[in-house]
Design a protein around this ligand. Structure first.
Ligand code: GLU
Length: 290
């Protein structure tokens, strides 16, 4: 079976060094496995999106030589598929409407206790939750081996469609990875915790599981994740070399001195030829000055 990997940014701001790590790691792992590498824009949360950032992200990937296969998939074009799966689950008893408020859940201890499972509510002012009867408390990560997850979180009937009508990340990501034939998910270690929920959805769907590789998360000197919300600076499109060299070093693949200052194509070629998962840092969080 051919390897299919992907990079799935949310268009909530420009690409920063932290997201370059996820893009580069997933790209190198796909290309080193003679695989295809897809890009998906996860635009399912309009209130958190910044206009123009989807195009800006794609432009930056191009400037860094990270060329993708096939057409970019935009999640906003997939709403019908998400809705139809939700309706199937509502009909066959695998999902239900819920009207509990955050406050009520907090008062119940923070983990949703399944209150609305038996209430037969209708769709108005309701979120939709999936019934989790076989919680996934552990998964195998290609780098880190068996990762144990919080049991209470894993057994929660989690939201697949929000009360405000927006589809949940866990639902969209799984349906689209299956739709796009993705065989391995390579992304930042900040997404380790929701992986159990995603594996649960694969099981519900009877779909073949994917493998997972979580890359170390880039932290700033204050130990905060580099993120669009923290206003991590955009990386430079006009001069991609320094950030690309720093990203390779961050992933445990410092370039040889004679390649210093080379074109991005050459740096990436070197990265593909020398890529080894065992060179990735063992830690899931790494401080960067970049
Ligand atoms: N869209 C998510 C993000 O930008 C990543 C999703 C994933 O890789 O599973 O954080």
């Amino acid at each position: 079976m051919q390897y299919v990997g992907r990079f799935a940014p949310s268009p909530s701001g420009p690409l920063h060094f932290g997201s370059l790590i996820a893009a580069l790691g997933s790209y190198l792992q796909a290309r080193a496995n003679q695989g295809r590498w897809l890009v998906r824009i996860e635009d399912i949360d309009p209130p958190r999106e910044v206009e123009g950032s989807a195009d800006a992200i794609l432009h930056t990937l191009d400037a860094y030589g990270l060329h993708w296969d096939d057409k970019v998939l935009y999640q906003h074009t997939r709403y019908d598929a998400y809705q139809s799966q939700i309706e199937t689950w509502l009909t066959n008893g695998n999902a239900y409407y819920c009207q509990c408020t955050r406050r009520q859940i907090k008062d119940a201890g923070g983990i949703y206790p399944g209150t609305c499972r038996q209430r037969s509510l209708d769709s108005e002012h309701s979120a939709v939750r999936i019934c989790i009867d076989n919680p996934v408390c552990e998964f195998i990560d290609v780098k880190h081996g068996a990762i144990k997850l919080d049991g209470a979180m894993a057994s929660e009937d989690f939201i697949i469609k929000r009360r405000d009508g927006l589809f949940a990340y866990n639902l969209a990501v799984v349906l689209d990875d299956i739709f796009q034939g993705v065989t391995e998910v390579v992304r930042g270690a900040d997404l380790i915790e929701p992986t159990g929920r995603q594996v649960s959805l694969y099981q519900k769907l009877g779909a073949s599981p994917v493998s997972y590789l979580h890359l170390p998360l880039a932290l700033n000197a204050d130990r905060n994740k580099l993120s669009k919300q923290n206003h991590a600076p955009a990386i430079d499109n006009a001069n991609p070399g320094p950030a690309l060299e720093a990203a390779l070093a961050f992933l445990g693949h410092p370039i040889p001195v004679d390649l210093h200052g080379a074109k991005v194509e050459e740096l990436l070629l070197w990265g593909i030829e020398n890529w080894q998962i065992n060179k990735l840092p063992a830690a899931t969080e790494v401080i960067t000055a970049f």
